[in-house]
Design a protein. Structure first.
Ligand SMILES: [Zn+2]
Length: 307
């Protein structure tokens, strides 16, 4: 009879019945549970849009709140200029471990069944998908040319845009970048902030659900301005702060993506950002109506003035 040591046997059983570890959110420790909310002014923070420091506290989510995924208290503040922003912004280690952000699981958990899904299918059959409509409007501003999609993910936007433009994707996730390259698209594995793409090399730059994630929208728009050729157009799509859904849901509004969205915009604040970064905000196309929950602005790079 083979001789087993107790320890070896336990290890054998453990190997046989190996459990896939569940990814648990980080446990708030006693210190962080009592932690005081950090105040932007005390942290030396100035408004990214106007440079001011006159902020009011809009919503606060303590540690353990059902909307707060972080191990620190988080809050959204509103500047006197109207810009809403997250402070403090949790560090990655203060948020649940997600590993590689791009996964099939993420894709599959989106939009499951129900009336909303059925309505979406009907609507798409009539007016096209959201991306198709976005591109149709963009073609009114720039009918053809070189197109860059920031954060191209699995390449859904590139696939639609390729019907009209010469497309490139920018995607920091190696998994998503590889997946999209396999589909035959050109993908540069960089972030917008650190990209080495040459200046003036695009006619359209798309930021679909990107601007609400960046550390500084001002810096992101300046970089976008550099990437565009004269007369080129930036497309910005983002949740609409103070839209109908934002007003109805208050602190529960999913546009906050609590702990993740760093800035929230109205048509006015996003328009001001575009103007100050050197863009002319187009009146047509433009989606900033009273009943819109998604804000979409198109901005054309101004031709440098001859003094
Ligand atoms: Zn401000």
């Amino acid at each position: 009879m083979p001789h087993f040591e107790a320890g070896a046997f336990v290890q054998f059983v453990q190997r046989k019945h190996v459990k896939v570890p569940r990814i648990e959110p980080p446990t708030p420790d006693a210190t962080s549970a009592r932690a005081r909310l950090r105040i932007p002014q005390e942290d030396g923070r100035a408004c990214d849009l106007c440079g001011g420091r006159e902020f009011s506290l809009l919503h606060e989510w303590p540690v353990g709140d059902r909307w707060n995924p972080a191990t620190i208290p988080i809050a959204v503040w509103k500047c006197a200029c109207g810009l809403a922003f997250l402070h403090p912004v949790p560090q990655p280690e203060q948020l649940p471990a997600k590993g590689e952000w791009w996964s099939q699981a993420r894709k599959q958990t989106r939009r499951r069944g129900g009336f909303k899904e059925k309505w979406r299918v009907i609507r798409h059959a009539i007016t096209g998908t959201g991306k198709e409509r976005l591109l149709r409007d963009t073609r009114k501003a720039v009918p053809s040319g070189r197109f860059l999609d920031i954060g191209c993910g699995g390449g859904r936007m590139l696939r639609v845009a390729a019907q009209s433009y010469d497309v490139t994707g920018l995607e920091p996730s190696p998994v998503a970048a590889a997946m999209t390259r396999e589909k035959g698209f050109k993908v540069v594995e960089e972030t917008l902030e650190e990209t080495t793409l040459p200046r003036g090399s695009f006619d359209v730059v798309m930021l679909d659900s990107v601007i609400e994630h960046v550390v500084s929208p001002r810096a992101a728009l300046q970089k976008t301005h550099e990437l565009l050729a004269p007369g080129g157009v930036v497309v910005l799509l983002t949740p609409k702060f103070e839209g109908p859904s934002s007003r109805r849901h208050g602190a529960d509004w999913n546009g906050f993506r609590h702990g993740y969205h760093t800035h929230l915009f109205t048509g006015k604040t996003l328009g001001r950002y575009l103007e100050e970064a050197g863009f002319e905000v187009l009146r047509k196309p433009r989606r900033d109506r009273m009943f819109d929950d998604i804000l979409i602005l198109w901005g054309r790079k101004r031709t440098p003035r001859v003094e």
